[in-house]
Design a protein around this ligand. Structure first.
Ligand code: AMP
Length: 188
């Protein structure tokens, strides 16, 4: 099973990916987590990515496409994978199609978690208050930039998957269990 979780920051992609990953025994590939690991490790990619991430901007397509291409070659992806935070641009979506076609694999579903912006802002403010430690990109002005980037650069990828008949729109503005139930229903 190869699926994509699609949605703005704070929509619940990471939470739902973890639940579905455990149920299906597939790999969970979060490009945000991979980039944060590269930043922590101080690699060249991490150095390039850090400033962009802190400002809420996207990391260049060629960098992120290479990271994903390498990652899906690893053995734990053989049974399938959940992409969380990738693709975020049309060139990334097209590159993913090429990668999969080269391996004779395909996507099974794209799950769009839809949550209104004002709810997302409230959720992330709550996460910051409750955890007591904010990520640099959780600052209010950065979060607004990330939402703007989502609407301008990432949401336009949705018609690509709609045309391919892969898109499932899930109302993400509900209790977590209800969202999970809707995702399970979309995956049968
Ligand atoms: P996330 O944790 O998925 O919200 O990602 C955190 C940050 O990493 C984003 O705001 C971007 O700066 C960067 N990033 C993650 N995934 C991608 C991607 N597919 N394309 C470009 N930048 C990305």
């Amino acid at each position: 099973m190869n699926i994509i979780f699609f949605g703005p920051p704070g929509a619940g992609k990471g939470t739902q990916s973890g639940i579905i990953q455990a149920e299906h025994g597939v790999a969970h590939l979060s490009t945000g987590d991979m980039l944060r690991a590269a930043v922590a490790a101080g690699t060249d990619v991490g150095r390039t990515a850090k400033a962009l991430m802190d400002e809420g901007k996207l990391v260049p397509d060629d960098i992120i496409i290479k990271i994903v291409a390498d990652r899906i070659e690893t053995p734990d992806c053989a049974a399938g994978f959940i992409l969380d935070g990738f693709p975020r641009t049309l060139p990334q979506a097209q590159a993913l199609d090429h990668m999969l076609a080269d391996k004779g694999r395909k996507l099974d579903a794209v799950l769009q978690l839809r949550v209104p912006d004002e709810i997302l802002i409230g959720r992330i403010e709550k996460r910051v208050r409750e955890s007591g430690r904010a990520r640099a990109d959780d600052k209010p002005e950065t979060l607004k930039r990330r939402l703007g980037v989502y609407h301008e650069q990432t949401a336009p990828v949705l018609p690509y998957y709609e045309q391919a008949g892969l898109l499932h729109v899930i109302d993400g503005n509900r209790p977590i269990d209800d969202v999970t139930a809707a995702i399970r229903a979309a995956l049968v």
